[in-house]
Design a protein around this ligand. Structure first.
Ligand SMILES: [Zn+2]
Length: 313
């Protein structure tokens, strides 16, 4: 399995168009040692030779990200013209679903999403029906909040799956744009899902938004060969310190990296795999490669995802 990081920033990207926090300002001025980043987008190819790709989330920057990744371009001679076969949606957050509109050009593919997320997108957000224009239309597949789904690249039933998608509940909330009435009727446990993709005894755990409100994630973090995990905020009060919001990191569904009970402290000791931080907010001091915080996460054994990073599982 090949995994590509097409985007590694949190919502707004880095720099964010309307932000003058020290990171954004210094990146624009050219005085910060660090990389610009687009909004988080992960892609994987279960069998790189066949060049069939799946997306995890559909980022607001998806069109630009596909153009920057030549493997994802259609090849006229291949029987399958368009390499993106499906999209796994972890939530109904704008940053996870907006890119579906970039994929609206009469193209059939699969969308794997919890029943609640489908209800939000189909019932309250009519704009996504644009995906029905493809012939055949985009196919929605329901994933449960807690389960295993065998995925096949070929149509022949009875064969072993090419990879398995395990879902787990990360304890987040439904986005603010969902009506109160619908929120009341949706099961809370489907609001934010993490994925473990397994193939031939190897696995990658993907949780770019981790609320820390339950501990479901720790087992997957300990046992997976690669972990792509929430690096959104360094500190719980980062948004108020930079004047971006009065809310804390935890209040908006992100376990901060530092502090008591933070991700660095809670990450299972002795975890066997690579640990990679992703979904990094533009206010996060780890983006400054000369900062003490950047050094601290590297010293704790974490890598920091960047746009264009890729590796084989
Ligand atoms: Zn900023």
């Amino acid at each position: 399995m090949r995994i590509k990081i097409l985007g590694s920033a949190a919502g707004g990207g880095f720099p964010q168009w309307n932000c003058a926090c020290p990171n954004c300002r210094r990146l624009r001025e050219g005085t910060l040692r660090g990389k610009a980043r687009t909004q988080t987008q992960i892609a994987f190819a279960p069998d790189p030779k066949s060049n069939v790709w799946f997306l995890i989330s559909a980022s607001p920057d998806l069109r630009q990200q596909i153009l920057a990744a030549p493997d994802l371009a259609p090849r006229s001679k291949a029987p399958q013209q368009f390499p993106i076969a499906g999209v796994f949606l972890p939530s109904a957050d704008v940053d996870s679903v907006m890119g579906l509109l970039h994929l609206r050009e009469f193209q059939p593919f699969f969308v794997f999403a919890a029943a609640s997320v489908q209800r939000i997108l189909k019932k309250e957000n009519k704009i996504f029906s644009v995906l029905d224009r493809a012939d055949p239309p985009v196919q929605w597949q329901t994933i449960s909040g807690k389960g295993r789904l065998g995925c096949h690249l070929s149509e022949s039933p009875g064969e072993a799956p090419d990879f398995v998608c395990v879902t787990l509940q990360l304890g987040g909330s439904y986005p603010d744009y969902v009506s109160e009435e619908l929120q009341r009727n949706l099961p809370a446990e489907e609001a934010a899902l993490g994925f473990v993709f397994e193939q031939k005894n190897r696995s990658v755990f993907i949780a770019p938004s981790l609320s820390g409100r339950n501990s479901e994630w720790t087992k997957a973090a300990a046992s997976s060969d690669v972990v792509l995990i929430d690096g959104t905020f360094w500190s719980d009060d980062e948004l108020s310190k930079t004047g971006r919001s009065k809310k804390t990191a935890r209040e908006i569904g992100h376990l901060p990296l530092s502090g008591s009970g933070g991700l660095l402290e809670q990450f299972p000791a002795g975890a066997k795999g690579r640990k990679i931080l992703i979904h990094i907010n533009n206010t996060n001091p780890i983006l400054d490669e000369d900062s003490a915080e950047h050094r601290a996460v590297l010293d704790a054994g974490f890598e920091i995802a960047y746009d264009g990073m890729e590796f084989d599982l």
